[in-house]
Design a protein around this ligand. Structure first.
Ligand code: ADP
Length: 429
């Protein structure tokens, strides 16, 4: 205290000023904390900081990537015509801002005569707009000096140490806010890029799937014409070959449809068509669709009798085609990964839920792989060692479809013994 004064009146004035300055800094810090862009930081500097420090003009300039040019982020209090020619200017134009960068330290000018003495090139402009004292503070963020915040005062004045400290503290806050804004906009740009890449991928998948489907439909059409003998009599061997063409084309169609559904789900374009339907009917038609697959491996697909709900058949309101698609997926997997035993499908009501189990006696899945199999393009066996075919999309698509229908898909499995895939859907009575 002694170094200031013993006079109580003076001490009170100093204490008051310090309190006001602390409150001002606190207020500015709060105002800066909610800024998200460089421009918003600039606006706080102009709107709040300049008047708080008693300045009537000022600016924030940032260094270009080459570190040799200033770009004006914002300014206040200079005539428009003057600023227009100063929106970008070289750091070595002979301004105090340039010296802040060169010396990596603040510059304080107490009077107009100091301008004339040290910055003769720009002093006439400052004189023209009747400005005098000046404070230029470095903006250091991301470990580098990246700009200068300048305050111009209408009169000559000195900057006592505590005011210098406060201006520097404010510049540090300002730099922090600018760094936050820079990271925020980089993060936003990265997110937009990722979103547009996702959209491009989804569009590509949708277009490709559609393009692949069209010739395949015509292959199946001509196969049918040939098999029906429209183009002439068909021998038994030709019939066998035609039925292999049909099986392969239908398999390919299934894969393309899976890709198409996946791309629609990814793009959020999958729609739901609800209808009231008997569960037994959906189970039976799904089992019928995979019957040829099961027959080829001499496996039985058993649909357990569906228990009735009270005095009527078990039914619910759902998108029947999507539920059927899910069940066909689960049944195809069960058949694909089972060599002996059987595949069983059963349904029951459990409280407000409908549960459908697809159970197999196949190879099973190790506990550490149970989560991974629901990821798109994920398969337990590596591509090089894979025996079974597939895109690795079936379970991911099935889970997403069930989520869309308000349900879920779970799994229980024992390696070497088999798996149960459990569909849960809301039961509407
Ligand atoms: P795909 O069958 O086309 O490979 P899916 O998403 O349907 O793709 O399944 C992902 C992986 O989960 C399969 O590759 C397989 O490793 C494993 N899987 C799925 N169903 C079963 C099952 N019933 N038994 C054993 N493994 C299974």
């Amino acid at each position: 205290m002694d170094e200031f004064s013993d006079d109580p009146v003076q001490l009170l004035a100093i204490a008051r000023r310090a309190a006001v300055q602390a409150a001002t800094l606190q207020h500015l810090t709060a105002a800066l904390s909610s800024t998200l862009s460089e421009e918003q930081v600039g606006a706080v500097v102009l709107r709040e900081a300049l008047p708080a420090f008693g300045a009537t003009a000022g600016d924030v300039v940032l260094l270009d990537d080459d570190d040799r040019t200033f770009r004006v982020l914002c300014w206040m209090g200079y005539p428009e015509h003057l600023v227009r020619s100063w929106m970008r200017y070289p750091v070595d134009t002979g301004t105090p801002g340039g010296e802040v960068v060169r010396g990596a330290a603040p510059v304080f000018l107490d009077s107009f005569s100091e301008w004339e003495q040290h910055y003769p090139r720009v002093a006439p402009i400052i004189g023209q707009v009747h400005l005098a004292a000046y404070a230029g503070l470095p903006l250091v963020f991301g470990g580098l000096l990246r700009g200068v915040v300048s305050f111009n005062f209408p009169e000559d004045r000195s900057f006592p140490p505590e005011e210098r400290a406060m201006l520097l503290a404010f510049a540090a806050q300002c730099a922090q806010a600018l760094e936050r804004a820079r990271l925020f906009s980089a993060e936003q740009r990265a997110r937009l890029d990722a979103e547009s890449a996702m959209r491009a991928k989804a569009d590509f998948l949708a277009v490709m799937s559609h393009e692949l489907r069209t010739p395949l439909t015509s292959i199946l059409g001509y196969q049918e014409l040939l098999a029906d003998g429209i183009s002439g009599p068909v021998t038994e061997l030709q019939r066998q070959h035609l039925s292999r063409i049909e099986a392969s084309a239908l398999h390919l169609l299934g894969l393309i449809d899976e890709l198409l559904t996946f791309s629609r789900l990814e793009a959020g374009r999958e729609s739901v068509k609800l209808e009231f339907a008997s569960i037994a009917a959906i189970l039976d038609s799904a089992a019928a669709l995979v019957a040829p697959l099961a027959a080829a491996k001499s496996l039985a697909v058993v649909v357990d009798p569906v228990p009735s709900l009270g005095d009527r058949d078990l039914s619910t309101t759902t998108d029947c085609m999507k539920l059927q698609q899910v069940l066909v997926n689960l049944l195809s997997n069960a058949i694909k990964f089972t060599e002996h035993g059987q595949v069983t499908m059963s349904a029951r009501a459990a409280g407000d839920d409908l549960m459908i189990d697809v159970r197999d006696t196949g190879i099973g899945i190790a506990p550490e792989h149970l989560d991974r199999i629901f990821q798109p393009f994920s398969q337990v066996e590596q591509h090089s060692t894979r025996r079974a075919g597939g895109t690795g999309l079936g379970l991911s698509v099935s889970r997403q479809l069930l989520t869309l229908l308000g349900g879920s898909l779970g799994v229980e499995s024992t390696l070497g013994q088999g798996s149960v895939f459990r569909v849960r859907l809301p039961l509407t009575r």
